[in-house]
Design a binder for this molecule. Structure first.
Ligand code: SAM
Length: 191
């Protein structure tokens, strides 16, 4: 799927997609850093979209790792299955992550890497998704999720930043990835 198709999906549902372009190679490299993903027994990807981060994740995990990507948009999910025939793509919402993991025989996971547009979500959705996340993330487990720099200027982005310490014992911010469009950074959190 190319940029045009990504933009078409964005035009149809901008708040669900929440980005004007797929993540860059530089952001992909940053998001897998410092979360012990190479030691993980089970990993989830939230909102893989066109798979810009997925290719970094599949390279980083062990062959024995249970890896599941959850994508709500049916067109993205269908395309991902073609591009990554060896990984499991579940078409659905991360709000249902507990049931989705049960369906795929996953009890708890070590890492969640998220491409969700948190700053485009309402306060209720942010909490719903984080509450659901806590039903599958092991104690000590990691979340890596990116945010656009400009998101820190809007209330929803600020609200998400202030929610993270409620759910995680450790929250760190990576340096800004200026080469991403728009510039972004990664929150690395430990439950
Ligand atoms: C900003 S795009 C990121 C795509 C890709 N990870 C990247 O970095 O280029 C956000 C993605 O999250 C998906 N998404 C939004 N809400 C979701 C939900 N509740 N459950 C699963 N995926 C969702 C969208 O369909 C979209 O593919």
């Amino acid at each position: 799927m190319g940029l045009m198709e990504f933009l078409r999906e964005f035009a149809t549902n901008p708040s669900a997609i929440g980005a004007i372009a797929p993540s860059s190679e530089s952001l992909g490299a940053e998001i897998v850093r410092g979360i012990d993903i190479e030691k993980a027994e089970a990993v989830l990807e939230y909102g893989p979209g066109t798979g810009a981060l997925t290719s970094h994740l599949v390279r980083a995990v062990q062959p024995s790792c249970q890896f599941l990507a959850i994508e709500r948009n049916p067109r993205f999910a269908e395309n991902l299955r073609e591009v990554f025939p060896n990984i499991t793509i579940h078409q659905g919402s991360v709000a249902d992550v507990r049931a989705i993991c049960d369906e795929h025989g996953i009890r708890m996971v070590d890492c969640i890497v998220s491409g969700l547009p948190w700053a485009a979500f309402s306060p209720e959705m942010q909490r719903t998704f984080l509450d659901a996340m806590m039903t599958v993330l092991k104690p000590g487990g990691r979340l890596a999720t990116f945010a656009y720099l400009q998101g820190l200027l809007v209330p929803a982005g600020q609200r998400f930043a202030s929610l993270l310490p409620e759910y995680f014992s450790e929250v760190k911010r990576s340096p800004t990835v200026w080469r991403n469009l728009p510039p972004a950074f990664v929150y690395r959190c430990r439950r």
